[in-house]
Design a protein around this ligand. Structure first.
Ligand code: KG4
Ligand code: ZN
Length: 362
């Protein structure tokens, strides 16, 4: 079966088609990965980079501009021989079996664009529509095959997933598809948000995460040391706002921020954030005796986080498998939304599908 995914929760407009060998799975341990057929993304990031952050109304207006061309491209790319075009609606029905759409959490103006478009397409083409939680989507990026290969090891349950994005830092326990228990999360800023805010303090463009990662490559590991917030707490919670204050204090001492200082602070910040993320993830994995650890969300694109987690698992001799999506599927995309819909296939009548900016999975 083929599913068209639509993602518009923030500043990316995404549409993608995934293909699964079998029919949808509601539960059970069937875990064969899905294949990526097309994946199209339009981003308004450069606009937000100019304003140093996302202005919700600008993001929503950009979503409106891109949504139809992006969906059209995803469908055309998924079936290059077809004559399918949005303006030729009456001619050909697209080669898909269902439509998946992000319904929350996210910016309400942006979400509405994707949700209302998906409902319209569902109505016109008579295809079932599956509402998807964006955070679920980040986890399910792990079930998409890399480069279309039907290889890949199966992801075994139970699993612990670390979702680290611009708005969220959550540790969850997955006993099966659709069975998710929240273990802990940030009490203030999300990890990505901390990268973004500290990036701004250092005079780096938005988003700060990739910029700090790049700057950190030239950093001196001995120059600065920042606290590892809540690393010893007896729970699976995080806190990153204190780190921002610690950086602010250092920056205030300087007359001018040299490139070298930006690199040194970037490295120290990256290490502090990653240490806490890795420590708590492994603690949760051991406590719940999981078979797999899954990473997801924009911050999971960070190479040092990926490597530190892998290295720590080897070091602790843990017989747990680590799954990390390709970097392009860590940040927001629609393929992960379609994949989540396949493994949690619960179509809803289009009239009952609504955007909800506050939606959480716990
Ligand atoms: O998942 P995502 O694309 O959007 C949300 O759902 O929020 O995540 C965006 C976040 C931003 O805060 C960005 O700074 C961060 O992910 N990010 C990174 C990297 N790439 C993106 N953080 C650290 N290192 C990276 N390479
Ligand atoms: Zn996201």
């Amino acid at each position: 079966m083929r599913i068209l995914g639509i993602e518009t929760s923030c500043d990316e407009t995404g549409a993608a088609v995934i293909e699964a060998e079998s029919t949808p799975i509601q539960s059970g341990s069937k875990n064969k990965k899905v294949k990526l057929i097309s994946n199209v993304l339009a981003s308004s990031l450069t606009l937000h980079s100019k304003t140093g952050g996302i202005i919700p109304e600008t993001a929503a207006r950009e979503q409106i501009k891109y949504i139809i061309p992006v969906i059209e491209q995803a469908l055309v790319k998924s079936n290059p021989n077809s004559e399918w075009k949005m303006e030729n609606l009456k001619m050909i029905n697209p080669d898909i079996d269902a439509i998946a759409v992000t319904v929350g959490p996210g910016l309400i103006g942006s979400l509405l664009v994707g949700v209302e478009t998906a409902k319209t397409l569902s109505y016109i083409f008579r295809k079932p529509i599956i509402p998807v939680n964006h955070l679920f989507g980040h986890i399910y990026a792990n079930w998409i095959m890399d480069n279309g290969k039907w290889k890949m090891e199966n992801i075994l349950f139970p699993a612990v997933a670390l979702v680290v994005s611009g708005g969220h830092t959550d540790l969850v326990l997955m006993k099966n598809h659709g069975s998710i228990k929240w273990l802990g999360g940030t009490r203030d800023d999300a990890a990505g948000e901390a990268f973004d805010k500290i990036g701004r303090l250092l005079g780096l463009p938005y988003p700060g995460g990739p910029e700090i990662e790049r700057a950190a490559e030239k950093g001196d590991p001995k120059a600065f040391k920042f606290p590892r917030p809540m690393i010893d707490s007896d729970d699976f919670d995080f806190s990153f706002s204190g780190l921002k204050t610690a950086v602010l204090r250092e920056v205030a001492k300087l007359d001018k921020i040299e490139e070298k200082t930006v690199a040194d602070i970037s490295l120290a910040v990256e290490e502090a954030i990653i240490d806490v993320l890795v420590y708590k993830t492994l603690k949760a994995a051991q406590k719940y005796k999981v078979k797999s650890i899954l990473l997801g969300g924009g911050v999971a694109a960070n190479q040092s986080l990926r490597e530190k987690l892998k290295w720590s698992m080897v070091n602790d001799k843990l017989s747990i498998k680590l799954f990390v999506p390709p970097k392009s599927l860590c940040t927001d995309n629609a393929a992960m939304i379609a994949a989540a819909a396949f493994y949690n296939y619960k179509p809803v009548e289009w009239r009952r599908v609504t955007a909800n900016s506050e939606l959480y999975f716990y």
